[in-house]
Structure formats: C-alpha cells, structure tokens
Ligand binder design. Structure first.
Ligand code: PLP
Length: 392
C-alpha cells in the first residue's frame, strides 16, 4: 500500500490539545470579507503601529554582512544578552548575569511552550491561570503534564487565589505560570501578590514562570514591576519577555527568558536540540530596540491610552460599562445581558461586522467576558463603537 497515505496518522498528543475555538468565527469573518463587507478586526493582539525606524535600519545594515548569514547559536550573541542585562538594570534595577541568567528565544511564545519539556515530567502538575494565554496550557499538555487551572475572577481582580490551591495540587506542581500585566484580562499585579507566590513556590519547590510581555504598555503614569524585582524571585523564578509588544515587532520573532540560572540552563539544553538561534540581523535589531530612548515608547502608550478611552467612554454612553485597564492593549469586558461569550461574539460579527474574542476561548473561567484588542486606529475604534451601539 505504498503511496496511498493511509498509513499516516496524527500522534495522540495532538488530539490532547484544546480545540481551536475560533474556527467557526474565523470562517464567518472570512465569508463576510469575501462578500465585500468592511470587517473591523479587534480579535488578534497584533500591533498595527510600525516598528521604530532605527530598528529597521539596524536590521538592513546587519543583513548586508555575510558574517550574519550563517547559523547563529541557541544562546544568542553575547552583545544581545548584555543589552538585555543593561535594559533590565535600567528599567527595573534588576541585576542579571548575561552568561547564565539570560536566554534569547525565537519569540517568547517559543520558550513558553517549550519550558514544560525542560521542567515537567509526565504526570507532574502545572498551575495555569484560567483564562490565559493559550501556550501555557498547550505546552503543558504536550509535555504530558497535568494542567491545574487557577481561576482568575473579577472579585479577586483577576489574580489567582493562591490560598485556594490544595496542598495535594501544590505538592504535585513543578511549575506555575503567571502573567501580569495580564492577557486577556488586562489586570495588573502588586508586589505583595508576587511575594505570596514566591512563598508558595518555596514551600513546595516549584518554579514560577512569569510572563511580562506587556510590562512596557501601561497608562496614566502606572509602571508595571518585574517579578524579578521581588526579593527571592530569582531563587525560584524566571521571567519571559519579548520585543514583540514593546516595540511593535511581533513578526520579527525575538524574546528572551531571564532569572534562575538552573531553569535557564535546562531550557537552553533542550533548545540546542530544537533550533539554531535567532537570525543575527534580528538580534542586532533587538539590541537597537533595547537601546532606544523611551520617547517612542511613551508615544505608543499615549496612542493606546487614547484608543482605550475612546472605546470605554464610547461604550459606556451606550450603557456597556467595562473597567479602564492600567496596562496592555486589551479591554476585558463583561458580556452585556447574560449571553454566552461565543454567542455574543458571533452576533456582534454578524450584525456589526466587528470581530471580538469570546472569553471562553481563553479557558472556562473566561466565560462571561469578551476581549477587545486595541490594535487598530482610533477612527476604526470609533466606527466599531458606533456599530456596537446599534446592536447592543
Ligand atoms: C503576545 C504575547 C507574548 C509574546 O509572544 P512573542 O512570541 O514574544 O511574540 C507572550 N505572552 C503573552 C501573554 C502575549 O500576549
């Protein structure tokens, strides 16, 4: 039976992954667009603003040099690791050893999804926020770990109730994912919350992986802290970071993880078998981004803040009240009128031609909410508000 393709089967581990909930919504969106309708997409968290000019110029320049055309190394250029260390010192007053405490990644998603392979044995538990950025859950499942959800609820300001984790779950857990400023809830965390998490991790010998992808996108003077600023964090924790959201560089694929040297060595060991590093011109461009002054970033935050206000104030006038977040480019809004989030998102797409993400796609505890991504120009957001006002 050579050549029939009948012998090809998908591995069971793929079946264990959560289904992609948005297939149906995506299909409906594409159909509307193919029929010539003007759809406003507030679904994906992908910045519309351009990458800063000096970063693009550094890439173009580095791409001319044949020395940059060859394999790079998994551990990245020393110059990049040093630039990351300087940025952490300047921004957070956190000292990192560029040789052992920083590992560049092909985007932080790559490192996040691979981390459980380096830390978790089959059957070990992993504490995962619910709702959450999907790779925490899927990375755990692929490594045959058991996901133990930590509900994020509005009455707890979308922080997990650490006192609610059973002793048995804590004993079995090798890893806990946290993410503040948070996707999808746009919530932020205080130092006392991080302290509490560190105490728990110390009592039960688990690693904390904090995802700080949105640490630089904050408003009204608020400055998110790094998890690594908290005393004791580096002994049991690592922090993921990315140039994607900070510098409008989602397509470039560069991020890093920093903190605990043992965890970083484990992930580095795994990654030597998986990839051969980041294209060097992208590494030089990332250095240029990290060395820029803060002015462009302040402007970008100002733009997101105006967009946030346009939607929150505009929809409040239509009777839809939602919190005004301090950080991220998301709004996490309670579904008006008690519809399920998927039904509501489908209705909004069909009647207003606006894409929003149903909260249930981020985990069962996301039900009752929808996420708006503020990654379109303000005129489009105003148009979206006008259309939503009619269908509410
Ligand atoms: C966008 C995002 C990232 C960044 O992913 P990259 O792979 O670095 O582009 C990481 N974590 C969260 C929560 C995100 O929303």
């Amino acid at each position: 039976m050579v050549g029939t393709g009948l012998a090809v089967h998908k591995a069971k581990r793929l079946q264990a992954l959560p289904p992609y909930l948005f297939v149906e919504l995506d299909r409906a969106r594409r159909k509307l667009q193919a029929d010539g309708h003007d759809v406003i997409d507030l679904g994906v968290g992908d910045p519309d603003l351009p990458t800063p000019r000096p970063v693009i110029e550094r890439l173009s320049q580095a791409a001319q040099d044949p020395a940059n055309h060859r394999y790079s190394f998994t551990e990245g250029l020393a110059a990049l690791r040093e630039a990351i260390a300087r940025w952490y010192a300047r921004r957070f007053n956190v000292t990192l050893d560029p040789a052992t405490e920083i590992l560049p990644l092909l985007g932080s998603k790559e490192g996040i999804a691979h981390l459980p392979w380096a830390i978790v044995n089959p059957g070990d538990a992993v504490l995962v926020p619910d709702p959450c950025y999907p790779p925490y859950r899927s990375g755990t499942i692929l490594a045959e770990g058991e996901v133990i959800p930590m509900p994020l609820r509005a009455d707890m300001e979308f922080l997990p109730d650490l006192g609610d984790i059973s002793q048995r779950a804590a004993q079995r857990a090798k890893l806990m994912f946290l993410n503040y400023p948070n996707n999808p809830t746009a919530a932020v965390a205080s130092e006392s919350f991080f302290q509490e998490a560190i105490e728990l991790a110390n009592s039960y010998a688990m690693l904390i992986a904090h995802d700080a992808a949105y640490s630089e996108l904050a408003f009204d003077g608020y400055r998110p802290m790094s998890f690594l600023q908290v005393p004791g964090a580096k002994e049991i924790g690592i922090e993921f970071h990315s140039i994607s959201k900070t510098f409008q560089m989602t397509g470039w694929r560069a991020g890093w993880v920093c903190g605990n040297a043992t965890a970083i060595a484990a992930l580095n060991q795994l990654k030597t078998h998986l990839d051969s590093g980041i294209f060097q011109p992208v590494q030089y461009a990332a250095i240029a981004a990290l060395e820029m002054d803060d002015q462009p970033l302040r402007e970008v935050c100002g733009i997101y803040q105006q967009r946030r206000d346009a939607v929150v104030v505009g929809l409040a006038q239509a009777g839809w009240i939602m919190p005004k977040p301090n950080a991220t480019f998301y709004l996490w809004a309670p579904v008006p009128g008690g519809e399920l989030s998927m039904a509501f998102a489908r209705r909004v797409l069909e009647q207003a031609h606006v894409v929003i993400t149903p909260g249930s796609g981020f985990g069962p505890n996301g039900e009752g909410f929808v996420r708006f991504s503020l990654t379109v120009p303000i005129e489009r957001l105003q148009e979206a508000v006008a259309r939503l006002t009619k269908v509410l």
